[in-house]
Design a protein around this ligand. Structure first.
Ligand SMILES: Cc1cc2nc3c(=O)[nH]c(=O)nc-3n(C[C@H](O)[C@H](O)[C@H](O)COP(=O)(O)OP(=O)(O)OC[C@H]3O[C@@H](n4cnc5c(N)ncnc54)[C@H](O)[C@@H]3O)c2cc1C
Length: 399
């Protein structure tokens, strides 16, 4: 039976992660009417700590939220690689990141970026939590959007900002395997309270062949654990059992981490994959953020890039004054080559991320020690951190 159409909205955005609220922010600045829809009951927490710089940082400045993001961020001092006995084997000073970005860099939990972006629009944009776009029926005048729970609505445009496993992408473009390219790893993250030891502002990482487990100390006596491992260590399906099996006998602090894992509530667990598509738009539907072009954690910049995509999509809609077809085409032209370069460099980095042998780990550790030489560090990191793209000024009102 057809659902009742309650009233008309202009732009429906599915997903309130990073890209979704950033896009809603710029669209409302341009005077559009937006409905945000999120499957989770509230803005999602959990996940890892991300490095935030580059064009994402620059747009956050334009949004007036960079002060808040920095307040929630951590001035990480050191990345430290340790062996089974906990002794330092390699690593580098993080001050190089600040130097090459002229201090426009911070490390911040992904959930804090997402929550900060949402706070910037909360109350100004209609948002529905605990629901999802369920079906899209495009016609000459717009799109009839059905939801899992809410009554259907009419929209002019629908945007999928619903992450790596985007449902909007599935509905409008096709099945996941057509677009998701696994990089051969899985990632898991969780937070606990009261863990000891604490090495304030040090990212401590223990590498084993094909696996890496890291911890980072957060405020409020919390510690964040991040696991990355090659898919050959993936046995079974239940995430905690997979981690226990993959990291069994790893030495270092594993027995304590295993106890914390057993108690952990909110565990983030996913494949490390990219999304590669020939088009991000189709008719009145567009994708943004990971849904369109996930670069994966290997790029270290997915959050900033998602914010950039949101800004440029909203900006092109503004510049094209309602001609969404032209705006969508310009959005793709501006960003696709840039995102492809980011993806290619992340895929190359992935091949060496968790070396397969102990010798490979020792070599990686030795290479990181080279980074103690400021000239080498600045050159290597400077090259990695460069965002070779111009950010247009679309004339949005400043906050
Ligand atoms: C809880 C969480 C933890 C994460 N942790 C890591 C990590 O440890 N390592 C890593 O590499 N990347 C992680 N990511 C991905 C990372 O945040 C993104 O790469 C990046 O921020 C791009 O943002 P995005 O907005 O495109 O996607 P996301 O930040 O993934 O946001 C997508 C949003 O859409 C929502 N959503 C999904 N499906 C639907 C649906 N059908 N209907 C409505 N809403 C839907 C999700 O709940 C989420 O809030 C995590 C994402 C989440 C949601």
């Amino acid at each position: 039976m057809p659902r009742r159409v309650s009233h008309t909205v202009k732009i429906v955005i599915n997903g309130i992660g990073v890209a979704g609220p950033a896009l809603a922010y710029w669209l409302t600045k341009a005077g559009h009417e937006v409905l945000l829809v999120e499957a989770a009951p509230r803005v999602r927490e959990g996940g890892y700590i991300i490095d935030f710089w580059g064009i994402g940082y620059e747009i956050a400045e334009r949004m007036g939220v960079v002060g808040e993001i920095r307040r929630l961020g951590y001035p990480v001092r050191e990345v430290r690689f340790v062996g089974r006995d906990g002794r330092k084997r390699g690593g580098f000073e993080v001050s190089v990141f600040g130097r090459v970005t002229r201090d426009r860099f911070t490390s911040v939990p992904r959930s804090d970026v997402s929550a900060t972006l949402y706070r910037a629009i909360e109350g100004k944009v209609e948002a529905i939590f605990g629901d999802s776009v369920a079906a899209l029926d495009e016609h000459d005048e717009g799109v009839r959007v059905s939801f899992d729970h809410a009554p259907a609505r009419e929209a002019d445009l629908v945007i999928g900002a619903d992450g790596l496993h985007s449902r909007v992408r599935r509905l409008a473009f096709g099945a996941d395997p057509e677009f998701i390219v696994p990089l051969g790893y899985h990632v898991a993250a969780f937070e606990v309270e009261g863990y000891r030891p604490r090495d304030e502002l040090v990212y401590v990482s223990h590498g084993l062949p094909g696996r890496q487990v890291s911890r980072f100390t957060l405020r409020g006596d919390r510690t964040l654990f991040l696991f990355v491992f090659r898919d050959e260590y993936l046995r079974g399906e239940e995430p905690k059992a997979v981690l226990r099996e993959a990291f069994a006998g790893s030495g270092w602090e594993w027995p304590r981490i295993e106890e914390e894992l057993a108690r952990a509530g909110d565990l983030y667990f996913d494949t490390v994959s990219q999304v590669r598509m020939e088009r991000w738009t189709k008719g009145r539907i567009a994708l943004v953020g990971d849904a369109a072009a996930c670069v994966s954690l290997m790029a270290g910049e997915g959050t900033g890039l998602a914010i950039a995509e949101a800004y440029i999509l909203a900006g092109e809609l503004q510049a094209c004054a309602g001609d969404f077809r032209a705006a969508f085409a310009r959005y793709e032209q501006r960003l696709m080559p840039f995102l492809r370069r980011k993806q290619a460099s992340a895929a190359t980095f992935a091949s060496s991320f968790a070396p397969r042998t102990s010798l490979g780990i020792a070599f990686r550790n030795a290479m990181t020690r080279l980074m103690r030489v400021p000239a080498i560090a600045d050159r290597l990191i400077g090259r990695e951190l460069r965002d070779d793209i111009e950010l247009p000024d679309y004339g949005f009102p400043r906050p």
